[in-house]
Structures are given as structure tokens and as C-alpha cells.
Design a protein around this ligand. Structure first.
Ligand code: GUN
Ligand code: FE
Length: 417
């Protein structure tokens, strides 16, 4: 079936390269992109067109790192640095997901809200609870969100949120047996090195290898955390080696934060094909620091963005792209590394994440459509006629849910406002 969307089309098919088609046509066959056209090709003249008028049509956002159970504590308790924040607020909140009714309520709203904010691809941490994790996956699938979800593994230093090593392994296997979703797949999730005993890490590495599953965790987020990891693994020169030691350092692994990753750690990532997930808002909220993202990209590392809710205070990935630019300006003041342009940050918040999932990114032929339709008509009158690039910058800094009029995920319309 042919679908044609009309509007002001903007996308970044490559890092930093913005392409626009004012009043253009986005043509799909069975939800898969045929192409972006400035004028409707003759052969489609008889097909109906969904006309979004003056609205902007952008690729949807990909949130490559967030903690689903922490949605219940979003925008609260950011008066402490990472390790105290985990002990004081986070682990207590996550312990609540033993209660599957509570999990259902939070996760159903989260799935809907992600789409309302224009996010259609996610990589998430759940809590340690198998049943609640399956509920999360079910709610995401039902809403039309796609991506990866991990049952969290944590058998030490987790207070009320932790599990025994045996339970952690057994429940991980039970969870994997029950993951039968089309668009939401499992990812092995050791919370971070301080949360996992050596025995658990080894077992998770084995499961990931035997079942060919991706891995996600946290890396070099905070100086206190890094010192603790050093104490726990005195034989490892650097934090990343604690994952490598157990087979968890591999192609496609996603490491959140990497705020303090130096040249050696970055080179180890680039060499292994490990991705860095940059969480600009969280890094400031939890006093972690400003990540050397430009440096990572220059070294050939693959980088995408995450909200890290509830380290980050909102699900809005438009906000995260703007925060990425701001954080890069702080970094520029520190090191001189050039800050990110709007097209660079848009690429990181959209195409980079889609590429992780095997898409080409941007609106390129052959990709299933992941798109948002953004109505910026309530923005103030401007002193001159604005280009599409200017309107893009303005709405990235101002985007609210009310601006997002339609969302397409995996070729389907999944949200309308
Ligand atoms: N490191 C280990 N757990 C967490 C978490 O929940 N949030 C963040 N930001 N860092 C972590
Ligand atoms: Fe995190």
C-alpha cells in the first residue's frame, strides 16, 4: 500500500548534514520509505496524500538510555551526586516494582508519553523484577514503541533493590524464555560494575555470548564511581576492562555516560564497536561532568543520545538535543573542542539511534518510517521569514508535547494529537 505524507521535511542523512524539502512529499510503500520528493512524481498522482500543511516532518527521536522504573521519580531528588542519589532515592523506588499493578500503571503511561514526546525507539533499563520487566515490554509493544529492554541485574550494593546471584541468573533465564515480542527485544543489563559480583558478571557474559544478545551498562559516569570500581577490580587498569574481563565488552554494547572516558578508554570502545550513549541533562543534574563527545566522534566512536530518566528530568529528546549543544559549549570553554551545531545534535538524537537498529538514518529509502509531525504555528511572529533550518532550531529549543501532532513508528501511525 502506498502512503504519501506532505509537509516541510527535514532530516539528517549524515552527521551534521541537514537536508530539507519545503512542502515536500515523503512516499512510503507498506510503511517503508521510497523517497523524499520536492514534487510529487507523476506515477503517484492518483494516490491520496496526507497533507500536514505548514508543519515540520522530522525523523522521530531515539532515546538510547533511560530507566523505566525511575519514571515514577522523574524531576525529583536531584540534590545528590550519583552514588548517594542511587542509595537515597533510586533503589528504594525500583524496589516498588515487585508490585505488578504499580508497574503496569507506570509503564502504560510511560509508553504513551514516549510517543507523545516523539520517541519511537528506546533502549531501556527496567528493574531487577522479571514480571515487571515483561509488563514493560508488553506495554511498549502495545503502544508502538520499538527497541530493547533489559531486566536489571544487581546482586550487591543495591539495598532493597538487589537480588541474590542465583536469583539474578535464574530470573534472567526465565525472563529470556518469556520475551516473545515483535518490536521489543531483550538486552543483557548488568547495572554497573559496583552492582554485580564477579560471578554474576561472568554468567551474564556467557548468556550474552551463547544467545548472541546485546549488552548495556554504565561506564565512567562519575569520579566517585570510578574510584570505587578501581577498588573492586584492582587488577583492571580502567573501568571498561571490568566489562571486558567477563565478555561484556563487545560490538554493539551500549555504555551510558562515558563522561570521564580518556583517550585509552575511548580507543577501546572504538576498537570493540562499543557505543557511547551521551546523557547531557543527567550528567549536569547529578554533577557528573561534561562528556568529551566531540573527541569521541573524532576518534570514530559511535555516539547516540539518552535521557537517562530519572537522572535526566524529562522524556523530551528535543530537550536532550538542545542540552547536548549546551553541554558541548561548556566543554568548549574547558577544552576548546568545537560545540555541536543544530544539524549535528539532531543527527545524534535521531539518525544515530536509528542506525544502531540497522536503519540508514534520516529519511532514506528502505528504512521503515520513524517520524514526527511538529506544528510550530504557535511560535511568536518573527522579524523575517524563517528558513526551515531556523524553524528547526527554534522548535528544538522549545518543543512541548502539544507541538507533536502525529508520530509514525515502524511505518505505522502510532500517535495523534
Ligand atoms: N549507575 C548505576 N545505576 C544508575 C542509574 O540508575 N542512573 C545513573 N545515571 N547511573 C547509574
Ligand atoms: Fe543510567
Amino acid at each position: 500500500m502506498t502512503t504519501i505524507l506532505r509537509g516541510n521535511i527535514l532530516h539528517t542523512p549524515a552527521f551534521g548534514r541537514l537536508e530539507t524539502a519545503p512542502g515536500g512529499f515523503l512516499i512510503l510503500e507498506d510503511g517503508v520509505i521510497e523517497g523524499v520528493f520536492e514534487r510529487l512524481p507523476e506515477r503517484y498522482a492518483a494516490c491520496p496524500v496526507t497533507d500536514y500543511g505548514g508543519a515540520l516532518i522530522l525523523p522521530s527521536f531515539a532515546d538510547m538510555h533511560l530507566h523505566a522504573p525511575q519514571y515514577a521519580m522523574m524531576s525529583m531528588g536531584m540534590d545528590l551526586p550519583l552514588l548517594d542519589w542511587l542509595d537515597t532515592y533510586t533503589f528504594r523506588t525500583e524496589a516498588r516494582y515487585e508490585d505488578t499493578d504499580f508497574a503496569r500503571e507506570v509503564y502504560r503511561q510511560l509508553a504513551r508519553d514516549l510517543l507523545a514526546w516523539g520517541t519511537t525507539r528506546v533502549v531501556m533499563f527496567a528493574s531487577r523484577h522479571t514480571d515487571a520487566t515483561l509488563i514493560l515490554m508488553e506495554e511498549l509493544e502495545r503502544a508502538g514503541v520499538t527497541g530493547l529492554v533489559g531486566k536489571v541485574n544487581m546482586d550487591r550494593n543495591g539495598g532493597p533493590a538487589q537480588e541474590t546471584t542465583e536469583d539474578s541468573i535464574r530470573e534472567t533465564l526465565r525472563w529470556l524464555e518469556n520475551c516473545h515480542f515483535e518490536h521489543i527485544k531483550p538486552i543483557i543489563t548488568p547495572r554497573f560494575t559496583p552492582s554485580c559480583t564477579d560471578g554474576l558478571m561472568a554468567e551474564l557474559g556467557k548468556i550474552a555470548r551463547e544467545r548472541n544478545l546485546p549488552v548495556q551498562s554504565h561506564l565512567s559516569e562519575n569520579t566517585g564511581e570510578i574510584a570505587w570500581v578501581k577498588e573492586l577490580h584492582p587488577d583492571c587498569g580502567q573501568y571498561w576492562e571490568t566489562y571486558k574481563k567477563y565478555g561484556l565488552w563487545k560490538d554493539g554494547a551500549l555504555m551510558a555516560h562515558c563522561v570521564h572516558s580518556d583517550r585509552r578508554e575511548q580507543e577501546a570502545m572504538a576498537e570493540a564497536g562499543v557505543w557511547a550513549v551521551h546523557c547531557a541533562a543527567s550528567n549536569l543534574n547529578l554533577c557528573s561532568g561534561t562528556a568529551p563527545v566531540r573527541e569521541m566522534i573524532d576518534r570514530g566512536l559511535r555516539v547516540a543520545l539518552g535521557s537517562d530518566v530519572a537522572g535526566g528530568e524529562t522524556l523530551s529528546m528535543a530537550h536532550m538535543t538542545a542540552m547536548t549543544i549546551r553541554a558541548s559549549k561548556l566543554k568548549q570553554m574547558e577544552t576548546g573542542a568545537p560545540f555541536f551545531t543544530v544539524p549535528e545534535a539532531l543527527y545524534l538524537g535521531t539518525a544515530a539511534g536509528h542506525r544502531y537498529f540497522g536503519a540508514k538514518g534520516g529519511f532514506q529509502p528502505g528504512d521503515a518510517l520513524h517520524a514526527v509531525v511538529v506544528d510550530d504555528s504557535d511560535m511568536p511572529a518573527s522579524a523575517k521569514e524563517l528558513s526551515l533550518a531556523e524553524r528547526l532550531e527554534r522548535i528544538l529549543y522549545n518543543m512541548e508535547r502539544k507541538h507533536i501532532k502525529a508520530v509514525y513508528s515502524e511505518g505505522r501511525l502510532v500517535h495523534r494529537a
